[in-house]
Every structure is written in C-alpha cells, then in structure tokens.
Design a protein around this ligand. Structure first.
Ligand code: HEC
Length: 193
C-alpha cells in the first residue's frame, strides 16, 4: 500500500518537476528507513556476539546487513546500501562519485567537531542514467564495532584470521568509537519529464 502511494506521488511529479517540499519529504522517508536499519544491525550484532562471540558475529556484517538492505530496497522501490571510504568488501561497499564526494564532506565536518550521528546529506541529482533522489546518513563507529574494525590489538587472532582469509584487501580497520565508519546510502529514481 505504502509503495503504491509513493508511486502515485512520484508520477504526479513528472510534469511539475521536483519541489523543495518533495526533497524534504524524500529525506524524511529515507531517514525513517536508515535509522531502524542501523538500529537493527547494531542489535543483531550485539546478540550474535553474546551468543557465539565475534567470529560468529561476522555473519551479521556479511549476511544479515546485505539481506536487510536488499529487503528494504525491494519493499520501497529504491536502492539502500552501505558505503565507506575504507572498505572491507569492495564489491558491496565501494562508493560512487556522488557518495565519495559526500563521504569526504562528512569527514571534513567531523574534523571541525560535528558528531557523525546526525550527519546527513540529501540532494536531487541529474546523472547520465537519469534523475534521482540521493541520501546518505553517516554511520558512527560504536564500541561494539572495534572487535572487527578497531586497531590490531583490539581484534582477536581468530577474527584476524577470518578477515584476512575472506578480505585480503581489507581497509576497514584502525577505527575508534565516534569515527565515521561509512554511510547508509539511498538512491531513488525519479520519473523524467
Ligand atoms: C564480528 C565482526 C564485525 C563486527 C563486530 C562489525 N563488523 Fe562491520 N563488517 C564486518 C565484515 C566481515 C564486513 C564485510 C561485509 C561484507 O562482506 O559485505 C563488514 C562491513 C561493514 C560495512 C560495509 C562497508 C565495508 O567496509 O565493506 C560497514 C558500514 C560496517 N561493517 C560497519 C560496522 C559497524 C558500524 C559496526 C558496529 C555496530 C560493525 N560494522 C561491526 C565485520 C564486523
């Protein structure tokens, strides 16, 4: 039902273009998808660590996160992914030009003291493939993440072994809590005139 309403709203824009109102509505809708996604992931991660330790929790980032992202994408007619400037899985997490530019802008804002928890960007972008609404929300590293994304002395030898086997080009270590690990990125196509 929700998807239908969204579709009608999108179609009604085709003749009139996109107004500022729509930008903020899309932004709110995106935020309403990104925040529960991150909360659920953190909860799944905590549960998995408690039940089976960090080695078993690896599947939260490898299986649960992409599956949740895929489900949200299909249910809402958009593309939700996780991207980073320092990726572990380059196949899923490499940012495109728009994402890279805005992740760098997030880093610049963090360097000036802004907290990543509230950092967002939303924009209507015209690209060769068409017009789309684009959104990113920064992912702040939490204490529960350092066991796999922290400094070498915070990562157990078992986890290290798994990571180096599965991700020979891993760049996603050396983070401390409060830093920007990456972002949730949402791209939603907009009908052309
Ligand atoms: C048990 C180990 C583990 C923990 C704990 C963990 N991650 Fe990950 N993380 C991974 C693995 C493995 C990947 C690569 C997933 C894949 O193959 O797509 C990953 C990938 C990511 C990515 C996607 C971008 C990339 O680098 O590929 C983000 C963003 C991310 N993790 C954030 C977090 C955050 C935030 C936390 C804490 C709430 C966290 N992770 C906790 C193991 C972990």
């Amino acid at each position: 039902m929700k998807t239908k309403i969204t579709l009608i709203a999108l179609l009604s824009l085709t003749t009139s273009g996109v107004y500022a109102d729509d930008l903020s509505r899309y932004q709110e809708e995106s935020r309403a998808l990104a925040i529960p996604f991150l909360k659920n992931l953190a909860a799944e991660n905590k549960k998995a660590v408690e039940e089976g330790g960090h080695e078993s929790a690896i599947k939260v980032c490898t299986e649960v996160a992409p599956k949740m992202a895929g489900d949200i994408s299909r249910q809402n007619g958009l593309k939700l992914t996780r991207v980073s400037l320092k990726v572990r899985n380059p196949l899923l997490g490499t940012p495109d030009a728009w994402e890279q530019k805005n992740l760098q802008a997030f880093e610049a804002r963090a360097a000036k003291g802004e907290k990543p928890e509230t950092m967002e960007v939303a924009e209507i972008v015209q690209e060769p493939a068409g017009k789309s609404f684009r959104f990113m929300k920064a992912i702040a590293l939490q204490p529960g993440c350092v066991a796999c994304h922290g400094n070498a002395d915070q990562i157990s030898s078992d986890v290290k072994a798994r990571l180096s086997e599965q991700y020979p080009h891993d760049k996603a270590t050396g983070y401390s809590p409060g830093q920007i690990r990456g972002a949730v990125s949402i791209k939603r196509p907009i009908e052309q005139n």
